[in-house]
Design a binder for this molecule. Structure first.
Ligand code: MRU
Length: 350
């Protein structure tokens, strides 16, 4: 499995997710600004991966700082954090990672560390965020595999795989763990218009892993759920509100309604860094709107006439009542989510 994001000395190397599956090209980021650009342009995407990239970007940026004293270093650190936090609005993992880097910096500053010591501490914190994400995904995979029946036929949406995390994946982590246990018969991947994360990235990951995969267009999901003996739907998340409402790639809400209508369970797989207890319900989650060109053009070819306007929300919110369970690195959370999310967060902190 190719790493999504890794250090090469003081530079960050990422596989360019815009080019997959046609080309395996790597982008090098030397500065925090390079990383911010990689996030906004979708070289790297997926909630946990964005958080990891931001943390590594802060570490890379501060390592290169020319600040002469800790005061100037601190000003530069805060500006770097602000720049990375402004890249995408919906995935809470981004803000979680920046806040964690700030806490680490604050502890070092309080202890009177020099700029060089602070830079070293930031690098170690970014590495911890990266490694913990891989471990969380593996634990999510194992927890989720318990609800996958033998011979399972599974539908997933977008890409919640190794590419969307530091490695292994969340929804695809569940599929990988279940597949390793011999339980997965077939995976269906929604193509996921307009950016085609399902067709390009999820199918690429699954095919590379030798897991039988069929890609469908998003509009085929209803028929698939009615006629193709699907056992479960599993998706990732960009932000989980305190009541269990889930923001994820646009189209997840449609799938959840369809799954509910056909009495097929829909599970959300996500690390605790995706849970936002400060947002009480889905109505408080900011939804990113992306460029019209993602909709008007497919592979560089214009498919929408000039003069038509476009609406391109990148995410939607699935109400908690449509979610059978939330699979985290600490196990499965079941409704009522207000209580189960809160007590899980308390347990995770302890
Ligand atoms: O716009 P993207 O590609 O960043 O959106 C990604 C998703 O919606 C994923 O499902 C989500 O981030 C979970 S990734 C483990």
């Amino acid at each position: 499995m190719l790493p999504t994001i890794a250090w090469d000395l003081d530079e960050i190397v990422m596989i360019d997710q815009r080019k997959l599956p046609g080309q395996e090209i790597y982008v090098r980021c030397r500065t925090a600004k390079d990383v911010a650009k990689a996030i906004t342009t979708m070289v790297i995407r997926g909630a946990p991966a964005i958080g990891v990239a931001a943390a590594m970007g802060i570490a890379a940026g501060m390592k290169r700082s020319k600040a002469t004293g800790t005061r100037q270093f601190t000003v530069e650190f805060n500006q770097t954090c602000d720049m990375l936090a402004a890249t995408r609005p919906t995935a809470v993992n981004l803000f979680w990672a920046v806040a964690r880097m700030k806490r680490s910096f604050g502890a070092g500053a309080l202890a009177g560390e020099s700029a060089a010591e602070l830079a070293g501490r930031l690098r170690r914190e970014a590495d911890a965020i990266h490694d913990e994400d891989v471990a969380a995904c593996r634990a999510i995979g194992d927890a989720g595999a318990t609800v996958v029946p033998a011979g399972a036929r599974i539908l997933t949406h977008c890409n919640a795989g190794a590419l969307a995390t530091a490695g292994y994946g969340t929804a695809l982590g569940v599929i990988r763990s279940a597949s390793a246990q011999g339980k997965v018969a077939h995976v269906f991947a929604d193509e996921t218009r307009p950016f085609l994360q399902g067709a390009r990235l999820t199918a690429w990951e699954l095919v590379n892993d030798g897991i039988p995969t069929t890609v469908i267009t998003d509009s085929m999901a209803g028929l698939l759920l009615r006629d193709q003996k699907i056992d479960l739907v599993v998706v990732g998340a960009d932000r989980i509100a305190a009541n269990g409402d889930v923001a994820n790639k646009v189209g997840t809400y449609t799938l959840a309604m369809l799954a509910h209508a056909h009495q097929i369970p829909l599970y959300v797989a996500a690390p605790c860094s995706t849970i936002d207890l400060d947002t009480s319900d889905g109505s408080g989650i900011p939804i990113e709107e992306r460029s019209a060109k993602e909709v008007t053009h497919v592979g560089g070819t214009q498919v929408v006439p000039d003069g038509a306007t476009v609406w391109n929300p990148a995410f939607d919110v699935t109400p908690h009542r449509l979610i059978a369970g939330i699979i985290t690195e600490h196990g499965m959370i079941r409704p009522p989510y207000v209580e189960s999310l809160r007590s899980m967060a308390r347990g995770a902190q302890a």
